[in-house]
Design a protein around this ligand. Structure first.
Ligand SMILES: CC(C)(COP(=O)(O)OP(=O)(O)OC[C@H]1O[C@@H](n2cnc3c(N)ncnc32)[C@H](O)[C@@H]1OP(=O)(O)O)[C@@H](O)C(=O)NCCC(=O)NCCS
Length: 204
C-alpha cells in the first residue's frame, strides 16, 4: 500500500515512459550482493525469511499472514507490476544460495518517483551490511531507474532504519500514516530525497 511522495514533480510522458522501460529492462546483478528478481522458486526462501518477526515486523506493506499462498501471490503480483514498469521485487542470495534479504522498489513513473522497503535476515542485522546496502540501493535506483525523487517511511521506533536513512542524507518531512494491506495504519517517519541532492552529496 505504498503511497507516492508528498512532493509532486512535473513529469513528461516521455520521461515516465523511459522509467517504465528502465524498470522492465533492469539487471539486478548490477546492484551486486547476489541480487536477483524474485521468482516462484524463491517462495520457500522468502517465506522462511519473512516468517521471522525480527525481519518482517517493522515492514508495513507485506502481505499478511505470511505463508506459502500469500507470498506466492505477492511474487506473482510483483512480476506483473515489473512488466508494467511499476515495481521490482529483488532477493539477496547468500554464499549458500539461501534467500538472505529482499528489497521491494515501488515506482511511480508518472511521478518520476520510487520508494524502497526491505530487510536482511536477523543474523545479518546490526553489522553495517544493511546500512551500506541501503545507501548503495538508493544510488542505484536514482541512476539505473532514472527517477528524480525517492520517498521513504519507517516506524517511529525503528532506530536502525532511521539512522541509515538519515546517514544517507534524506530529508525528514514530518510524519505519515502508512496504510497496511489490512486497512490499518502505522504512524511513520517520512523522508524525501531528490536525485540532484543525491548526486551533490554522493558524487561531488
Ligand atoms: C533496517 C535494516 C535493513 C538495517 O540493516 P542493518 O545491517 O541491521 O543496519 P546497520 O548495522 O547497517 O545499521 C544501520 C544504521 O543504524 C545504526 N545503528 C545500528 N544499531 C543501532 C542502535 N541500536 N541504535 C542506534 N543506531 C544504531 C548504525 O550505526 C547504522 O548507522 P550509520 O548508517 O550511520 O552507520 C535491518 O536492520 C533490517 O532488516 N531490519 C528489519 C526490517 C526493517 O526494519 N526494514 C526497514 C523498514 S523501513
Amino acid at each position: 500500500m505504498s503511497a507516492p511522495p508528498k512532493t509532486v514533480l512535473d513529469v513528461s510522458e516521455q520521461e515516465a515512459q523511459a522509467i517504465r522501460e528502465a524498470v522492465r529492462a533492469v539487471d539486478p546483478e548490477t546492484l551486486g550482493l547476489g541480487r536477483a528478481r524474485a521468482e516462484l522458486k524463491h517462495v520457500p526462501g522468502l517465506v522462511a525469511l519473512l516468517s521471522d518477526v525480527r525481519v518482517s515486523g517493522p515492514i508495513y506493506d507485506l502481505p499478511r499472514p505470511i505463508g506459502e499462498d500469500s507470498i506466492t501471490r505477492w511474487v506473482t503480483e510483483n512480476q506483473a507490476q515489473a512488466l508494467a514498469g511499476e515495481a521490482l521485487l529483488l532477493i539477496n542470495l547468500d554464499a549458500a544460495g539461501e534467500v538472505s534479504g529482499y528489497s521491494r522498489i515501488t515506482v511511480w513513473p508518472e511521478r518520476s518517483a520510487a520508494e524502497l522497503a526491505g530487510a536482511v535476515r536477523a543474523d545479518l542485522q546490526g553489522g553495517g551490511q544493511g546500512g551500506a546496502g541501503m545507501a548503495r540501493t538508493f544510488g542505484w535506483i536514482f541512476e539505473t531507474l532514472g527517477v528524480r525523487m525517492m520517498c521513504l517511511t519507517a516506524a517511529l521506533d525503528n532506530v536502525r532504519s532511521q539512522q541509515g536513512i538519515d546517514a544517507a542524507g534524506f530529508t525528514r518531512m514530518g510524519e505519515r500514516e502508512a496504510l497496511r494491506p489490512d486497512g490499518t495504519t502505522r504512524h511513520s517517519v517520512y523522508w524525501e530525497m531528490t536525485r540532484d541532492d543525491w548526486r551533490l552529496r554522493h558524487r561531488l
